[in-house]
Write a protein that binds this ligand. Sequence first.
Ligand SMILES: [Zn+2]
Length: 89
Amino acid sequence: MIQLTTATAIEKAITKARTVKPRVRVNCFGSYTVTNKTTGATYTVTCEKRDGKRFASCTCRAGELGRACYHLAAAVAAHIQLATEQASH
Ligand SMILES: [Zn+2]
């Protein structure tokens, strides 16, 4: 579980996500399945808000160690988009 402060903190992961372009499937608001199209590996990313702070976690090895992986970055991007769409309705 990592705390999402600024985009800079996960910038490297975002850059990698742009290169790898994993598939992100929305399970429900805050829960995403990220698939690496090359290897077929699938991970679950959870985004949540606690005490006004945003947190995200991924089920991959890096995510379990509290590192911002590209799965997390890709899911967070989808999550922010979803949250923006919901807020505009
Ligand atoms: Zn991951």
